[in-house]
Ligand binder design. Structure first.
Ligand code: FES
Length: 298
């Protein structure tokens, strides 16, 4: 599979960001690659990372180099939403034994490496064996008005989304999907992993391969069918450009960029289509050795 074109931002039909930003985006991309190279060269203690295939929501415009990775989710017997965190296993990478949370989801290899960018690779919650319960919890300071009624840190449940088929706010159309801003694997005094959860009829259609979604590649279709449930889908909400936290129907200004029904990053106007899942590759950055590996090899 080809790598994303991280080195240069792709051409867009609607160039809505100024040249300087394009320039800095290109530099940033080179910088990320440089950082990866530096990590490898100067920090032999880093573990894991490397070329990683993932399924994400597609980046459709703006300077972001690729989509944001989907987090397979589960719904427990109380109706609470959880992100899937695989059993931890050990594997040998470049002669060293490395811990990795990895499993097969609908025929796709899903692992913690999907989230190793934008500094998240260093977050305690991303350590394969971190003591976290995997529930998606309501962001204590949400932008979305409806979510302000929830207790901060409460588990998100199916009931919170019962009006998803008609829900709307003053941004874009109603009935596209109901979003929530969540945290994941972030309990205690650790960095917050931001997640966007959405419930939508379109997610159900994608998971069932209905209509235009019958044309999805079979690996993506099978993954979606296993990674979503009852119309719920989640992804790591870190823009792959400069790591801002985008939003679905959270920024009024998104309509100026035709993104009022999509996921919009207000930093430099990147747009992601939550209803266009794609399989991509990127170079995952290494994690700190303290949480990642055992002694081994050289
Ligand atoms: S578009 Fe630049 S950080 Fe999202």
């Amino acid at each position: 599979m080809p790598l994303d074109e991280d080195k240069y931002p792709k051409e867009t039909g609607r160039r809505r960001f100024v040249k300087g930003v394009v320039g800095s985006a290109a530099l940033a991309s080179v910088g990320v690659g440089g950082a990866a190279a530096l990590d490898t060269a100067t920090s032999p203690s880093g573990v894991g990372g490397g070329i990683t295939q993932f399924v994400g929501i597609e980046n459709t415009d703006g300077p972001a180099p690729r989509g944001m990775p989907i987090i397979p989710l589960e719904i427990d017997s109380d109706g609470a939403l959880k992100g899937l965190w695989p059993e931890v296993q050990e594997e040998t990478q470049s002669g060293r034994t490395v811990k990795v949370a990895k499993t097969d989801v609908g025929g796709v290899t899903y692992s913690n490496a999907w989230f190793q960018y934008c500094g998240v690779q260093n977050y305690e919650g991303l350590a394969p064996s971190a003591d976290q319960d995997n529930f998606f919890r309501s962001n204590p300071s949400p932008t979305l008005e409806w979510q302000k009624e929830l207790e901060g840190g409460a588990k998100l449940t199916v009931d919170d989304f019962s009006d998803y088929e008609e829900w709307g706010n003053n941004i874009g159309k109603s009935g596209v999907g109901k979003p929530a801003e969540a945290t994941w694997r972030s309990d205690g005094d650790v960095q917050t992993i931001p997640v966007q959860v959405i419930r939508s009829k379109r997610v159900e259609q994608m998971a069932n391969g209905e209509g235009k979604y019958s044309e999805l590649p079979s690996d993506v279709k099978n993954f979606l069918s296993a990674a979503t449930d009852q119309g719920f889908m989640a992804w790591l909400n870190k823009c792959t450009h400069f790591c801002c936290v985008p939003g679905f129907k959270t920024y009024e200004g998104s309509s100026k960029f035709g993104a009022e029904n999509e996921v919009y990053c207000q930093c430099h106007q990147s747009i992601y289509d939550p209803f266009s899942p794609v399989s991509k590759s990127f170079v995952a950055l290494p994690r700190p050795e303290s949480d990642g590996g055992s002694e081994g090899g050289e």
